[in-house]
Write a protein that binds this ligand. Structure first.
Ligand code: SAM
Ligand code: SF4
Length: 335
């Protein structure tokens, strides 16, 4: 394929149209959530990490290939120095319709307004407990009051459809399902419950014991609220329900107990510039090598993205014994 023949959209060999990317801007974080990281993490040396300009070039190549939605994630995006300049540039990127952020909320009291002004459309904020001690146990170092202030600041800044993300784990926070749902309902914001995925090796808990199925979480919520399947859908593993007379939608992200890969519309780029074709597999393409090759330009990057569609796997195989499990931790993957 020559540069002249580059198509204007990304379609994989199973006919899935990729129009959404999750772009990791750092592997670092001010928390150490026990399902995501180990306690003594070693982070990437600076030279291996894409510069803000390189991250922008990746976003540009994707939008020229029809990607309409980009989510910045990590690690914790807001700890990357000068990350606001990237948000501002992406907010003005032609063709991009939705600029999204997933954050732990610890710095939103400071950044919610500037993010809104930069053109960020929606924010997901992770919160797994409303009890300060327990919040600290799960995040190992996080301060609950900072996150609660961050959520308030995001609401005040005027973001539409703020969504909380909660990973529910047996033995840690399964008794807080209703409290977390109530907290979202009281604020007219959405909440999604996420099943813990087996990404990388964690030492302090056994995931097969702690992973809480969303069927179980849903039943808990149904003990208090009447749920109706919502028309709202996003391609991917989330399914939403609505509540009578409430604005809040409740999502169930169930990558472990349900496989919705046939609808997959997304790929991920790690902060090292590794294009990951699937969250649960290791198939990848080194975009950094192209970005840093003085003889290569935007068309070469676009060609690599188009070709990568041939190796996007059909689905993930979490906990299936005949298949290797991912060795990457979530902070390295770009959650
Ligand atoms: N630091 C930001 C945050 O926490 O929202 C963004 C990155 S974080 C990796 C993105 C999301 O991945 C969070 O909602 C987190 O709860 C989730 N996550 C991390 N490790 C996970 C795992 N092993 N299984 C399921 N979700 C996980
Ligand atoms: Fe940090 Fe987010 Fe991972 Fe928690 S889930 S350690 S906040 S990157």
């Amino acid at each position: 394929m020559s540069a002249l023949e580059i198509p204007n959209k990304l379609v994989d060999k199973f006919g899935r149209h990729i129009d959404y990317i999750r772009l990791s801007v750092t592997d670092r974080c001010d928390f150490r959530c026990l399902y995501c990281m180990t306690e003594d993490m070693t982070f990437l040396p600076r030279a291996q990490v894409l510069s803000l300009e390189e991250l922008y070039q990746v976003a540009q190549a994707f939008t020229e290939l029809g990607v309409r939605k980009i989510r910045l994630t990590g690690g914790e995006p807001m700890v990357r120095s000068n990350v606001m300049s990237l948000f501002e540039k992406l907010g003005a990127l032609p063709g991009l319709e939705e600029l999204l952020l997933t954050t732990n909320g610890s710095q939103l009291d400071k950044y919610a307004k500037p993010l809104h002004a930069a053109g960020v459309n929606r924010i997901n904020i992770s919160i797994d407990s409303l009890d300060a001690d327990r919040f600290k146990r799960i995040s190992r170092v996080g301060k609950l009051d900072k996150v609660l202030q961050g959520i308030d600041a995001a609401i005040e800044a005027g973001f539409e459809r703020i969504k909380l993300n909660s990973v529910i784990m047996h033995g840690y926070n399964e008794d807080e399902v209703i409290a977390l749902a109530d907290y979202a309902i009281e604020r007219d914001i959405d909440i999604a419950f996420i099943e813990e995925m087996p990404l990388g090796v964690v030492s302090d808990h056994n995931r097969e014991e702690t992973t809480c199925s969303n069927a179980w979480v849903r039943e808990k919520i149904e003990s208090k609220y009447e749920l109706a399947d919502s028309k709202h859908t996003t391609a991917g593993p989330a399914r939403y329900v609505s509540l009578r007379d409430k604005k809040t939608r409740i999502g169930f992200i169930s990558p472990v107990t349900h496989n919705f890969c046939e609808d997959c519309n997304r790929v991920r780029v790690t902060v090292e510039g590794r294009l990951l074709l699937c969250l649960g597999n290791e198939h990848s393409v080194d975009l950094r090598a192209i970005l840093r090759d003085p003889d290569k330009g935007l068309d070469d990057l676009k060609l690599a993205l188009v070709k990568s569609m041939d190796i996007k796997p059909e689905r993930h195989y979490f906990y299936e014994k005949d298949h290797a499990q991912p060795v990457r931790l979530m902070n390295m993957t770009g959650g």
